[in-house]
Write a protein that binds this ligand. Structure first.
Ligand SMILES: CC(C)(COP(=O)(O)OP(=O)(O)OC[C@H]1O[C@@H](n2cnc3c(N)ncnc32)[C@H](O)[C@@H]1OP(=O)(O)O)[C@@H](O)C(=O)NCCC(=O)NCCS
Length: 149
């Protein structure tokens, strides 16, 4: 089941899946608690959060309109490859397009996740670049305007 969750609920998976077990106190994003930021979690049948994502209002040059940035997308290793990340991302795309009337969604995507985002319609906007301590990324972009209903 997909639910809105609190920043604190994202920290264990951010730490274990995205940050090599770094202390959760180091796993906050600057915009986590802004009123324009939200977090979604997929809950397993025993109510464990097994997949997470965060969306923050942040535009990207040269695009105009309402832009959101996707961050901290992670699925627990035992739950990866079962379609949960796709479900979560589809839910957020629908929410952003139809409730928030957003125009686009973008992210800095790790190489291992490029296919995952491409399968959902994201396009590459940059070549690879290094984010220190995390690795190689490319900027990816999804137009939401044409998904608005
Ligand atoms: C990328 C990620 C969030 C996808 O979540 P998920 O729940 O595994 O996603 P789904 O099962 O819906 O989709 C799986 C697709 O993601 C891709 N993928 C990326 N890493 C994968 C992994 N470790 N295991 C399985 N699929 C992976 C594949 O393209 C796969 O497509 P396929 O099923 O057609 O082969 C998840 O694999 C993950 O947490 N990876 C490690 C952290 C990470 O890289 N996060 C993205 C940061 S930009």
């Amino acid at each position: 089941m997909i639910k809105f969750i609190a920043t604190e609920d994202t920290l264990p998976l951010r730490s274990s899946v995205l940050r090599n077990g770094e202390p959760t106190t180091e796993c906050y994003f600057q915009a986590d608690d802004l009123p324009t930021t939200f977090h979604l979690g997929y809950h397993s049948p025993v109510d464990e959060i097994v997949s997470i994502l965060t969306c923050q209002l942040e535009s990207m040059e040269p695009y105009t309109g309402i832009g959101y940035r996707l961050r901290g997308m992670a699925t627990h290793p035992e739950w990866q490859g079962k379609g949960i990340g796709t479900l979560l991302l589809k839910e957020v795309i629908d929410h952003l397009a139809n409730e928030m009337k957003a125009d686009y969604l973008w992210c800095n995507a790790r190489r291992v996740a490029h296919d995952f985002y491409q399968n959902l319609g994201f396009e590459f906007l940059s070549e690879e670049f290094e984010i220190p301590g995390i690795g190689l990324h490319r900027v990816m972009y999804l137009d939401l305007y044409n998904k608005n209903s």
